[in-house]
Write a protein that binds this ligand. Structure first.
Ligand code: UDX
Length: 461
């Protein structure tokens, strides 16, 4: 089928690549000429495993075309996806300006009936507004045909975006229009294998489903972070609690990892946007407000633990920071807990020696050159002469470090771990002061016999 995708951001590019990969002919349109030129030159603007090859192969074969000309896109697609950004406005509501602008462009150029699909995460009711925008343009040109506007939200995760798109666990199609449903079923047939993944519903429910999914996941995380904080106060171990509750299939093991708060381009923005949508219809979203509040507090966890350990005196101290991206397998630092931490450390007069496997360029772009930030080429070099190691992202490469190297490189054997990567008993045995989230603080055991320090002893420490 012929498909047009407006917006080659994260969602648009991955969606376009996946559709081309299964044989559709896709034209991607973006008003950012530089981005389009670079994509045509084979440069992928985001780090996403597997994406580069799929984009390159399909671009070469001619099934994936990049253009900065909206007219090329509108002329091409039987299906026209809108996948442009919906950043938060000052009030936290999703700003649909770019979505509506694409709608007007489509309306101004369309010369036949078309199916327009909202892929962007948009507030409930946006499909109706998109339809109105297109309709207004068509009427002003005296056209008699109409466009059908439907909702088809995206659920991809950064770091596994292409796989999520190629093997979706559900495909939500929001429309009451039988012809539109049939077209979407045909488009997604290559992805709808093994079992039925398509769920058809009305357009408003589809729009709300996207927010409800992200807000539910954010709620799980904030809830678990709350339990972790409580576990610390009560002398319990949140990792044991996590296993205990996750074994109940009604709760499940996914998305109950405590940590330093959720970040990224979706959860924080979508929680705020749904709070704002609720407010606009006179409803107080109490649970979501609490979820957001807990998350904002949680992002200060690392700093509080550091500050407590050093008795509030961080001036002139240096901290090795492992992990800058908001999660592993991405270079994205949007709303990353590491940013909140670094900024608090700088405010307190400390320096940061940071390392991340992918986000170094992004950190450089955000912070530029400054005396209190050294971006290091390896995780080992970030340790040199630091007063403590702080872990903000659970990259695989951080899970099994050489603790001897750590001990030699740090001026003091102190680790503040925001992702619970290590065993407190083992680290105490190795002589580390080890702070994690929701577990007892492990104080160094000076003459350890490895493996003989029991959890009971730990609790007594
Ligand atoms: C999310 C949704 O998962 C995806 O379906 C939606 O389309 C976009 O938003 P993404 O932002 O890429 O995807 O990241 P995700 O892997 O979901 O993680 C979000 C945040 O939650 C990260 O900061 C992560 O560290 C945090 N998290 C996740 C936890 O703190 N604990 C967990 O148990 C899981």
């Amino acid at each position: 089928m012929k498909v047009t995708v407006f917006g080659v951001g994260y969602v648009g590019l991955v969606q376009a690549a996946a559709l081309a990969e299964v044989g559709h002919h896709v034209v991607c349109v973006d008003i950012d000429k530089t981005k389009v030129t670079r994509l045509n030159d084979g440069y992928i603007p985001i780090y996403e495993p597997g994406l580069e090859n799929v984009v390159r192969d399909n671009h070469r074969s001619g099934r994936l075309v990049f253009s900065d000309e909206p007219s090329v896109g509108v002329a091409h697609g039987e299906v026209q996806f809108i996948a442009v950004g919906t950043p938060p406005d000052e009030s936290g509501a999703a700003d649909t300006r770019h979505v509506l602008s694409v709608a007007s462009t489509i309306g101004a150029l369309l010369d036949r009936p078309a199916l327009v699909v909202n892929k962007s995460t948009v507030p409930v009711g946006t499909a109706d507004r998109v339809a109105q925008c297109i309709d207004a343009e068509l009427k002003s040109r005296g056209e008699r045909f109409a466009a059908t506007v439907i909702s088809n939200p995206e659920f991809l995760k950064e770091g596994s975006a292409l796989t999520d798109c190629m093997k979706p666990d559900r495909i939500i199609i929001g429309t009451d229009d039988a012809a539109a449903e049939a077209t979407m079923r045909e488009l997604y047939a290559p992805f709808n294998r093994n079992h039925e993944k398509i769920i058809v519903m009305d357009v408003r429910s589809a729009e709300l489903t996207k927010y409800a999914a992200n807000c539910m996941l954010a709620t799980k995380i904030s809830f678990m972070n709350e339990i972790a904080n409580l576990a610390e106060k009560l002398g319990a171990d949140v990792e044991a609690v996590r296993l205990g509750i996750g074994s109940d299939p009604r709760i499940g093991y996914h998305f109950i990892y405590p940590g330093v708060g959720y970040g990224g381009s979706c959860f924080p923005k979508d929680v705020r946007a749904l709070i704002s949508t609720a407010k606009s219809v006179g409803f107080d979203a109490d649970v979501l407000k609490a979820v957001e509040h807990r998350n904002n507090c949680q992002k200060n966890t690392l700093f509080s633990k550091i500050s407590n350990h050093f008795n509030g005196d961080l001036k002139g101290k240096t901290f090795a920071l492992w992990g800058l991206a908001f999660k592993p397998n991405t270079d994205d630092m949007r709303e990353a807990p590491a940013k909140v931490l670094m900024e608090a450390l700088w405010q307190a007069g400390a320096r940061v020696q940071a390392y991340d496997p992918e986000a170094m360029n992004e950190a450089q772009r955000i912070y530029g050159a400054r005396d209190d930030l050294q971006l290091c080429g390896t995780k080992e070099s970030a340790l040199n002469g630091a007063d403590a190691l702080v872990i903000a992202t659970e990259w695989q490469a951080f899970r099994a470090p050489d603790f001897d190297v750590l001990q030699e490189a740090l001026t003091e054997p102190v680790i503040i771990d925001g992702r619970n990567l290590y065993d407190p008993v083992k680290l105490a045995g190795l002589g580390f002061d080890y702070y994690s989230v929701g577990r007892a603080h492990a104080s160094p055991v000076r003459q350890p016999v490895l493996g003989l320090v029991s959890r009971g002893q730990m609790a007594a420490i």
